[in-house]
Design a protein around this ligand. Sequence first.
Ligand SMILES: O=C(O)CCC(=O)C(=O)O
Ligand SMILES: [Fe+2]
Length: 213
Amino acid sequence: MEEFTLNPIYEKIIDDISENKFSISDNFFSTEETTLLRNYVIEQNTEDGFHQAAIGNSQNEKIVKSIRGDKIKWIDEANKNDVEEVFFKKVNDFISYLNRTCYMGIEESEFHYAAYTEGTFYQRHVDAFKNDDRRTLSMVFYLNDEDWKDEYGGQLALYLPNEDGSERELNILPVAGRMAIFDSKTIPHEVKKVKQTRYSITGWLKTRAKNGF
Ligand SMILES: O=C(O)CCC(=O)C(=O)O
Ligand SMILES: [Fe+2]
């Protein structure tokens, strides 16, 4: 039988998700991996290959800058470069771990680079589409300075339920090496207006469709 090693970083994320439907991890990638990804994202010309992000999916896509102002570039895993190889090696290892230890049934994933330039934001939303229920977990990897300050804006705000039914807001700074993961179907969230360019890789772990897709 293949040997199974418990991974404490993944275990913490899994415990958090099962308890609270989200987790924030500052060591999913090593410092070296984060630096590699970060330098690569910054180096890419965001005019070249990046496009204005839309809302909705291919069946009802719209560009509405008053809702969402980031520029994105989808990553083609089949044609990944050396840096993306490092990214997918870790992410796919995590997916296998989830499927093996929690029977999550993740069958695919999709990721894009994102750049929010000064003055842009993403209004409160939920990631799963009404016409496609496959998105299960949202993952965002932040690739900015380690000392990103509150006054730079660009916090990820998660809107979380309290036990009494009220709602609380948790603000997360997009510092280098941080990863936010949350339930794509139930956790409303927003990106606060940024005051300087904010880089990330965002993506979704997807199960088989349950509503006919
Ligand atoms: O960049 C973030 O913190 C979140 C982005 C987001 O919510 C999305 O792309 O759906
Ligand atoms: Fe989102």
